[in-house]
Design a protein around this ligand. Structure first.
Ligand code: AMP
Ligand code: MG
Length: 503
């Protein structure tokens, strides 16, 4: 049993001050369900900084973490529940999904006044488990921990990792694996698929209840809008367009952009077979279940728009009493997604190559030429941009950049055009390089390093590589010479070609 079977906290000494708004929604939104106890919980990671940001009692939580974050010991004030949702999985609509292995404990108001969900993932079966065991394996739990925290450090909206607990129990997948429970923090867990759940049942009233809930929670400025539900659709589209542009900026491939894995808040969620691209190629796919490349790196904007179209459909009944008019409004909003994405992406990529906001006609061509050369030359995406930062300070660094290419020298003409363009901006090379260094990471969670850390933990119970990796990735924009080995792409033979979601 856990060493935290009977923690004592007074009413005012509760480690988490829950305020559970989702549990106050109508019954059809969720199923109350308690976590299923595990045999021998052991706290393997706890995010003290995040606990502080959430206003939690970090000392109490850490002391009793094995009990609380396994679900063995109920957190006072929590109202555990599984959320109902539907979703399009690889394009196929599934009317009933829901939290099959996730249990929402409740919500807290963080130090910045933002409402945040605290959820256990892998805490046992729920009424939505279908044939699943409700459990999670240690490997995927550590992957989500590493990658979601790395995402946050990169400055990209994401769910967070509060804790990971080893359960001491096996889970049965293609082989027997150690089990674990992950504690996830999110702005909310409402997904495009949550809207689809009610819309598919013709339950317009609850589509409206959900829409009002998320406007309150994520888009309060829209409350007085003339067309609040159309404004909501546009606002979600904008946050998703921005999010995907930022993913592309760091080479992130989500891997399972099903509509049940797309949040309404605009946070990255559900780190399954996700991966960061090494060599630049928009067709890159790692996920073993994505056989047709639906969710390939370069497809993500288009899929984002497809998912927004599904959200638009789910909101149709709220947009206008005249359904022809509603369809027109929805189509126009979906059409705006690509314009928004292009605008966000332009901002991301211009910053990456050191261009300011004043555009010139040829800038688009300059950007395209760089990407085409990186693709043709099989260059590492992250390192190429990081070395471009040094090249912005002077051409002494050009060789290091060109060394990443199959044919060193292939960037010479481009570098000349780029420097001529930069010379027309009133920025010193040092200031430009400093700005570029803040948007071009030195460190991303490289797949072979993630895999190495997961293997050590799962096969040998050695968490030292996991700790080292999370430490390095907490400061992705700083050169950390002691960790140079984490900055370089895999050597031949080290490449990871497929990732598994491990569910
Ligand atoms: P995901 O692919 O992780 O986004 O999950 C898709 C759906 O499958 C969600 O409804 C999950 O709750 C459910 N699911 C995934 N793994 C399990 C599991 N081990 N037990 C029960 N449900 C699961
Ligand atoms: Mg999911």
């Amino acid at each position: 049993m856990s060493n935290a079977t009977n923690p004592q906290h007074g009413d005012d000494g509760r480690p988490v001050a829950f305020d559970n708004s989702y549990a106050r929604l109508p019954d059809v939104f969720f199923a109350p369900v308690d976590p299923s106890p595990v045999e021998a919980p052991r706290l393997i990671a706890f995010n003290r900084a995040l606990a502080g940001e959430l206003g939690l009692d970090a000392d109490a939580l850490e002391r009793h973490g094995a009990g609380y974050f396994s679900g063995n010991v109920p957190l006072p004030g929590s109202l555990p529940l599984a959320m109902a949702y539907a979703g399009h999985q690889f394009g196929q609509f599934v009317p009933q999904l829901g939290d099959g292995r996730a249990i929402l404990l409740g919500e807290v108001i963080d130090r910045n006044g933002r409402r945040r969900d605290i959820q256990l993932k892998g805490a046992g079966q729920t009424p939505y488990s279908r044939r699943g065991d409700g459990r999670a394996a240690l490997g995927p739990v550590l992957r989500e921990y590493i990658v979601s925290e790395a995402m946050h450090a990169l400055g990209i909206p994401t769910t967070r990792a509060l804790a990971a607990v080893a359960t001491g129990q096996p889970v049965y997948r293609d082989r027997v694996l150690p089990g674990a429970v992950f504690t996830r923090v999110a702005a909310s867990h409402v997904r495009v698929g949550t809207f689809q759940f009610f819309a598919a049942r013709g339950d317009t009233e609850n589509v409206r209840v959900l829409a009002d809930h998320v406007i309150d929670r994520h888009y309060p400025a829209l409350k007085g809008a003339e067309q609040p539900y159309l404004a909501l659709l546009d606002a979600v589209a904008d946050r998703q367009a921005s999010l995907i542009a930022r993913w592309l900026g760091v080479g992130f491939i989500h891997g399972v952009m099903n509509t049940d894995n797309m949040t309404i808040s605009g946070e990255t969620i559900d780190f399954g077979p996700c991966a960061f691209m090494d060599r630049y190629d928009p067709r890159t796919v790692y996920s073993s279940i994505d056989r047709n490349g639906r969710y390939a790196f370069g497809n993500q904007p288009m899929i984002g728009q497809w998912n927004i179209a599904r959200l638009a459909e789910a909101l149709l009944a709220l947009l206008c009493d005249d359904q022809d008019k509603a369809v027109e409004m929805a189509n126009a909003a979906v059409g705006r997604f690509m314009e928004r994405f292009q605008a966000h992406w332009k901002a991301v990529i211009r910053a990456k190559i050191g261009l300011g906001a004043d555009e010139e006609d040829d800038d688009q061509g300059l950007i395209r030429d760089l990407l085409v050369t990186l693709y043709e030359q099989k260059a590492d995406y992250t390192l190429a941009f990081r070395r471009l930062v040094d090249a912005a300070e002077g051409d002494a660094a050009d060789d290091a950049l060109q060394d990443l290419l199959e044919t060193p020298g292939a960037l010479t003409p481009w570098l000349a055009l780029w420097r001529a363009r930069l010379a027309r901006e009133a920025v010193t090379p040092q200031a430009r390089a400093a700005a570029m260094r803040r948007v071009n990471p030195a460190f991303i969670p490289r797949n072979h390093k993630v895999e190495e850390a997961l293997t050590a933990a799962v096969d040998h119970g050695d968490f030292s590589l996991f700790s080292a990796l999370t430490d390095v990735l907490a400061r992705p924009y700083e050169d950390q010479p002691a960790f140079a080995a984490y900055a370089v792409p895999p050597k031949p033979g080290e490449e990871i070609t497929a990732t598994f979601c491990g569910t």
